[in-house]
Design a protein around this ligand. Structure first.
Ligand code: CO
Length: 185
């Protein structure tokens, strides 16, 4: 089932999300709904706060990018109780990002190229790994949602000033997009 996506201005996007346990109600259906929602909006990642739930659950589908990045062919993964443990600050890069909760906004964001993450997969098996490449960027974007952050929080200086107007329009619900959203009225 495709769920509406909460857009900036919804308080849930600014909350730190909670870990869950395997008995979380209807978890497998919820994960399926998140993939359905991601497919419908043609996104590559979705965090539970974006569908109104303040829990540490993220789905990522990089298969959509695999024409340009063949290493991500078939890369479709679920992350439960996801946490970034450590950033490798020795190398950063800048790349354009967008967000289903901030329709119409695209900005270059500087991020570390490698991160140390811990999470559970959909079988609640623990994973502890260093991640690099484009996946590290997508994970940082999605896992930031679990901390109540969005990508525009990373902008500085002039870019930050320039997006202010667009953010205000978003907050007022003054935008259009081709998927279902839930705007705070
Ligand atoms: Co996002």
């Amino acid at each position: 089932m495709v769920l509406p996506i909460y857009t900036l201005g919804q308080p849930v996007l600014r909350k730190v999300a909670e870990d869950i346990t395997p008995d979380y109600p209807n978890l497998s259906q919820l994960i399926q709904d998140m993939y359905d929602t991601l497919d419908r909006s043609e996104g590559i990642g979705l965090a539970a706060p974006q569908i109104g739930l303040s829990i540490r659950l993220v789905v990522i589908n990089l298969d959509l990018l695999s024409e340009d990045m063949p290493e991500y062919k078939g890369y479709i993964h679920t992350f439960i109780n996801a946490h970034i443990i450590e950033y490798d600050d020795t190398e950063k890069d800048s790349s354009e990002e967008g967000c289903l909760s901030l329709p119409g906004l695209h900005e270059k964001v500087v991020r570390p190229t490698r991160i140390h993450v811990q999470y559970l997969d959909e079988n609640f098996q623990p994973h502890d790994e260093w991640v690099g490449g484009y996946l590290a960027r997508v994970m940082q974007h999605e896992f930031d949602h679990l901390e109540g952050e969005v990508f525009t929080d990373h902008l500085t200086g002039l870019r930050k000033q320039l997006v202010k107007g667009k953010l205000n329009s978003l907050l007022k619900g003054n935008f259009s997009c081709n998927y279902k959203v839930k705007v705070r009225r």
